[in-house]
Design a protein around this ligand. Structure first.
Ligand SMILES: [Zn+2]
Length: 390
């Protein structure tokens, strides 16, 4: 079968299952589950894959809601990644129901290319993108060791083939002071809240002298118990983000200096913990990006490369992109003024535009897999580019 015919059977396959895919996507949307609790979504997605001839394995990387579904046996092995976690309060306000369904649809359609050309397609279910970075744990535990290429598509407000993301790590901070009557004997107290307040001030000063794309933001989770007691304990949760992994290391030390300075100034004792997982900045593979772009354009979408400065935040796909040639394009499902993680975005993730986004994303990914399997030289090129950028 020539590649044009192959691609039209791929798009036909996805069009034929449009209703089924819509139902699956809306069912996940109506049942939002937080990170590592996505039992229903994982069940529905794997059921659908196994009905379509995929071999399903669960508990991948020791994560109960992770899965791997494989079609074909040989190399190259091309992975499509599914996210399906939701956010507290706002549900599927990041549209991961669309990511999951598009990944499953792409995998099933790409199976046609695998049957014709060999290789294998692997749909990998990656839980807890939002809160814990499930892919980071899976990466450390070897999930991507035998994968040649990885891809996924995220819903957004623009059609983009590349994105810039920030390296990011979470920090928990506590100050320990001493209680005292705030009016009768203030001199006996050590004020842990003041240490936290001074830390915020110091970080605000630091922010003037960090590179432009850096982000440092936090909340106070404990600020004391009563206004007439000198707070003996304060706690906060912070995110530190930077353009590159190296600059993040530098910035982390500067942020800790802010807390240490406040500890000295107030006499409170500082304790802090960096999260075990750290989101890496995304390394876009341009060889793959160009193929994906052509396929999106063939569907009538004006998918383009992102302009420098467009910043998406952070994603655990960044960590995958450090291990295998990867792409993480965006598909528009809402107008430009709709903000991710908002109730409006949650509505868009169940709208006709959302469904169309998932259909187009699935088609473009499956066609890109067909391109790669039909011309293995493209995989070599993607690999060479990946090694060069290391
Ligand atoms: Zn997301």
């Amino acid at each position: 079968m020539d590649i044009t015919k192959l691609k039209s059977s791929i798009t036909d396959k996805i069009d034929e299952s449009r209703q089924q895919l819509t139902d699956l996507c809306l069912k996940i949307h109506a049942n939002p589950e937080l990170g590592f609790q996505e039992y229903k979504a994982a069940q529905w997605l794997t059921e659908h894959l196994s009905e379509n001839g995929f071999t399903v394995e669960r508990n991948i990387g020791d994560l109960p809601t992770a899965f791997r579904a494989t079609y074909g046996e040989g190399l190259p092995a091309i992975a499509v990644l599914a996210e399906y976690d939701a956010l507290p309060e706002v549900g599927h306000a990041c549209g991961h129901n669309l990511i999951a369904t598009s990944a499953v649809a792409a995998g099933i359609a790409a199976a046609i290319a695998v049957s014709e050309l060999g290789g294998s397609v692997v749909v990998i279910g990656t839980p807890a993108e939002e809160l814990y970075g499930g892919k980071i744990l899976m990466a450390e535990r070897g999930t991507f060791d035998h994968i040649d290429i990885a891809m996924m598509v995220h819903p957004g407000v623009q059609d983009l083939v590349t994105i810039e993301t920030l390296a990011c790590q979470t920090l928990d901070v506590e100050f320990f002071g001493r209680e005292a009557h705030a009016a009768a004997q203030p001199e006996a107290g050590i004020n842990a809240l003041e240490a936290m307040v001074q830390s915020f001030t110091a970080i605000n000063s630091l922010r003037q002298h960090t590179s432009e794309k850096s982000r440092i933001h936090g909340i106070i989770t404990d600020g004391g118990q009563a206004a007439n007691i000198v707070p003996a304990h304060s706690a906060g949760n912070f995110l530190v983000r930077a353009e590159t992994d190296d600059y993040l290391d530098e910035l982390k030390q500067k942020v800790i200096n802010c807390f240490s300075g406040a500890a000295i100034a107030t006499g409170a004792r500082l304790e802090y913990r960096w999260a075990e997982t750290r989101y890496a900045a995304m390394r876009n593979n341009l060889t793959l990006a160009r193929l994906f772009q052509q396929n999106m354009q063939s569907l009538g979408r004006a998918t383009r490369f992102s302009e420098p400065g467009f910043n998406f935040g952070s994603t655990d796909m960044g960590n995958v992109s450090k291990l295998v040639p990867s792409i993480h394009p965006f598909v528009a499902i809402a107008p430009n003024n709709v903000i991710a993680h908002s109730p409006d975005f949650a509505r868009a993730a169940a709208s006709p535009a959302g469904i169309q986004g998932l259909i187009d994303a699935a088609k473009a990914m499956a066609m890109t897999i067909a391109d790669l399997l039909a011309d293995k030289e493209m995989i070599t090129m993607a690999r060479e580019e990946f090694v060069q950028k290391k």
